[in-house]
Every structure is written in C-alpha cells, then in structure tokens.
Write a protein that binds this ligand. Structure first.
Ligand code: AMP
Ligand code: ZN
Length: 111
C-alpha cells in the first residue's frame, strides 16, 4: 500500500467506493465522475504506478484484468464497451495506481 494513494485507500476500505467486484488480486468500482452511462474501473490491489511500471512478473495480473473487463461488462448487461488505460501525465493519467477504465453508452471521441 502507498499511503498517499487514493486507490490503495479504496482497496483497504479507508475510503468508500461503489464496489462491483473484489477478489484477492483485484477490485472494481464505479468511477466517481463517469464519462459514460456506465463507467467503472478495474484496479489491481497491488500498488503499481502505471502500465509503464509493469514488468514480466505482472503479466498474468494484466491478463486477468482484461478478461475481467469482459466478465464484468457482461454481468453489468453491457452490449459493448470501451476500455482505456491512461499511462503517465502525458497519457492523461491522474491517479498513479494502475487501472483500466470500462465504459459503455456515450459519445466517445475517435481514438
Ligand atoms: P485516470 O485519469 O486514468 O488516472 O483516471 C482516474 C479516474 O479515477 C478518473 O476517471 C476519476 O474520476 C476516478 N476517481 C478518482 N477518485 C475516485 C474515487 N474516490 N472513486 C471512484 N473513482 C475515482
Ligand atoms: Zn495505490
């Protein structure tokens, strides 16, 4: 846990979230400031700053998060969804604890 990290605080129950999933490795909760009708975040419990900090040892965790995006999207009844990982300040990252956005229903700018 990183003491100043908001997502570590959510992982540890120090600040509340609208949780939709949790297991030993991962937590998922609704984004506090949604960019689409449905917008949730999948967050590994391990404090990794960003995708750029990931190494070979994180390979299975990254795969798990991607597969979980599909599983949770199905559970939420989404017909389709957009996934997004912002990496670094120049990549639009604001919370420096790796997470994947899952969004559905909305006008998305073409990437
Ligand atoms: P990013 O720009 O990729 O780092 O995205 C960070 C996301 O975290 C933003 O979409 C925020 O709205 C969201 N966020 C920040 N604080 C909270 C919180 N306490 N609970 C839920 N989502 C949050
Ligand atoms: Zn953290």
């Amino acid at each position: 846990m990183s003491v100043d990290c908001i997502f570590c605080k959510i992982v540890n129950g120090i600040i509340p979230s609208k949780k939709i999933y949790e297991d030993e490795d991962v937590i998922a909760f609704h984004d506090i400031n949604p960019s689409a009708s449905v917008h949730f975040l999948i967050v590994p419990k391990l404090h990794i700053e960003s995708l750029a900090s990931c190494e070979t040892q994180h390979q299975s965790l990254l795969g798990k998060v991607l597969l979980l995006a599909t599983k949770l999207a199905k559970e939420q009844g989404l017909a389709g969804f957009k996934t997004l990982i912002n990496t670094g300040a120049d990549g639009g990252q604001e919370v420096f604890h790796i997470h994947i956005h899952v969004m559905s229903g909305g006008k998305f700018p073409k990437a």
